[in-house]
Design a binder for this molecule. Structure first.
Ligand SMILES: Cc1ncc(COP(=O)(O)O)c(C=O)c1O
Ligand SMILES: [Zn+2]
Length: 428
């Protein structure tokens, strides 16, 4: 197979995370046929190490697809791209100073991905696989960002797209998906109940949709998330950072970035100790944090409380959460819950660096402070805070925190008053 020039990936198969069963990658299988566990692609790393040089990869245009050998799309011609990935790693000295650390970076997956969130990394891969496998309709249940992204890539690929939004989805995310041509609906209720009800109906009806949803685990697309880790290392001169913090639901962010860091190290492309991975959740809806701190081996669903970080509020993260726990522990990392006040503090610090994000994306900033306060992290270590969704994905929230400009009449007196107030109160 490798001699056929159109094959770009070195994927070898899918492996069950629970029982180790290995199956082929020719079609999409949503769970292990033997035990129902989650499936994870594996690759021929020896061949990659032999045939691919990191310098050549580095020279390719900046995109998640520069890492194509480590992604599951077989034929390059099936790639559906809108310019995802290649997001900046921004050194943030003001945040570092405020938190009391010497070196802190923000990996900004919010503004520079095409639909303004981290989901573009996975949906570009998911929709490419849908095209490769001959599907004509895509589907997701989503708190918003996954849906906005799926609508965009499905439109680009000419696929029909059906989206069910859960309670927390903001107007902006739903409008974006609808504007991009998806068939959309919102179901109000606790997220896991919504997912169970919808999945039960779908399994009865059996529509042949490419399912990028929630509680159904598409085994290929999340590989796109590894590219975040690869970009971080490349930006740091092929070095690993010490701590990487991810806003977390499941958390594919942690699971796949951890896989990405390990893959680069296995290929000999990076040196030094692997990073300590940290999942950050809203303290009121934090099943992973609870299980991590109580040293449980499985996730126990929590009673969901209120939070402004609506995009990452999920009371039961099931098997994904268990996989995340394993990654956090294997890496020597941590799990941190943050309050609404913490999130607003994070948003304001990010704003001082010129970075405008949605509340869920800001949770990693205050979490650094918690790691320091608890004595698990050292102030001289290198921190990478993932920020994952753009500020315009939740305008009404931003308006509440920052306020809209006052409206005044065209009178000199009023203008002078504004200027003098501005000059008196100005601070960087
Ligand atoms: C803004 C934002 N950040 C982070 C996440 C976390 O995703 P995951 O837990 O899959 O890494 C989501 C998921 O909806 C999100 O919308
Ligand atoms: Zn299995």
């Amino acid at each position: 197979l490798r001699n056929r020039r159109w094959i770009v990936t070195y994927i070898e198969g899918l492996r069950c995370v629970r029982c180790g069963e290995e199956i082929g990658y020719e079609r999409v299988v949503y769970s292990c046929p033997r035990c129902g566990g989650l499936l994870d692609p594996y690759y021929n790393y020896n061949s990659i190490a032999e045939n691919v040089k990191r310098e050549d990869v580095s020279r390719r245009p900046s995109s998640i697809w520069k890492w194509k050998e480590l992604l599951p799309v077989i034929n390059e011609s099936n790639i559906v791209s809108l310019g995802e990935g290649g997001t900046p790693l921004i050194k943030c000295d003001k945040i570092a100073e405020a938190l009391g650390v010497s070196e802190l970076y923000v990996k900004d997956d919010a503004l520079t991905n095409p639909t303004g969130s981290l989901k573009d990394r996975q949906i570009s891969v998911g929709v490419s696989k849908a095209v490769e496998l001959g599907y004509d309709t895509t589907f997701t249940i989503t708190s918003g960002n996954n849906g906005a992204s799926l609508a965009a890539y499905s439109a680009k690929a000419g696929l029909k797209c059906v989206i069910i939004f859960t309670t927390g989805a903001t107007k902006e995310k739903m409008l974006m998906a609808t504007a991009l041509g998806a068939r959309t609906i919102k179901i109000k209720g606790e997220d896991s109940l919504v997912a169970t009800a919808v999945n039960n109906v779908l399994s009865g009806e059996k529509p042949d949709w490419y399912d990028c949803g929630f509680r159904v685990f598409e085994p290929f697309m999340y590989e796109g998330r590894k590219t975040n880790a690869m970009e971080v290392c490349e930006s740091l001169g092929w070095k690993n950072p010490d701590w990487v913090l991810h806003p977390s639901v499941g958390s594919m962010g942690v699971i796949k970035a951890w896989k990405g860091y390990k893959e680069l190290s296995k290929l000999g492309w990076t040196t030094g100790k692997l990073p300590k991975m940290t999942a950050v959740q809203p303290a009121n809806v934090a099943p992973i944090v609870k299980a991590f701190r109580e040293k449980l081996s499985e996730i126990v669903p929590v009673e969901p409380g209120k939070t402004i970080a609506e995009a990452i509020a999920c009371a039961d993260t099931g098997d994904l959460g268990k996989w995340t726990l394993d990654a956090l522990r294997e890496s020597g990392g941590s799990a941190v819950g943050v309050t609404d006040d913490d999130v607003v503090y994070g948003l304001k610090l990010l704003a001082r660096e010129g970075i405008f994000v949605e509340p869920s994306a800001a949770v990693t900033i205050p979490a650094v402070k918690k790691l320091l306060d608890e004595g698990v992290a050292d102030r001289n270590e290198i921190f990478v805070c993932e920020v994952t969704g753009a500020g315009w994905k939740n305008f009404s929230f931003a308006e509440g925190v920052f306020g809209l400009p006052k409206v005044i009449p065209p009178e000199e007196k009023e203008i002078k008053k504004f200027l003098s107030e501005y000059l008196e109160n100005f601070s960087a």
